[in-house]
Write a protein that binds this ligand. Structure first.
Ligand code: ZN
Length: 101
C-alpha cells in the first residue's frame, strides 16, 4: 500500500471504489469543512485527518503514527454533517483534543 507521508495531503486517496470495502475498516464520523473537505478525528494519531472531495466512502488512512491500526485497513468516512464551531476551534489547537463521543 502506498505510504502517505503528509498527514494533511488532500486529493485522490480512495482505497477502493465505492461499495467495495473489505476487511475491518472502521466507520468514522466525517465532518464537512467548506465545500470540498472532510475531517475525521483519529484517536491513534490524536489529530484531525483531512480528506478531499467531501465524499463519503473508504479511504487510505492519513495516519502518521506507525501504531495506528487504520494504516492497514484504511477507514470509511460517514457523513456527520458540517463541522461544528467546537470542531473548528479544536482543529486550530496545537494539541487538539478531538470530539466528545
Ligand atoms: Zn491517524
Amino acid at each position: 500500500m502506498e505510504h502517505l507521508n503528509d498527514a494533511h495531503a488532500l486529493g485522490d486517496d480512495y482505497a477502493n471504489a465505492p461499495g467495495t470495502v473489505q476487511g475491518d475498516a472502521p466507520i468514522l464520523p466525517a465532518y464537512r469543512v467548506g465545500s470540498d473537505t472532510y475531517v475525521i478525528w483519529c484517536t491513534h494519531c490524536r489529530r484531525w485527518h483531512r480528506h478531499g472531495a467531501a465524499m463519503a466512502g473508504h479511504r487510505v488512512a492519513h495516519c502518521t503514527t506507525p501504531r495506528s491500526p487504520y494504516s492497514a485497513t484504511g477507514y470509511v468516512l460517514e457523513d456527520a454533517g458540517p463541522a461544528t464551531d467546537a470542531i473548528l476551534a479544536d482543529m486550530r489547537r496545537r494539541k487538539p483534543r478531538g470530539v466528545a463521543r
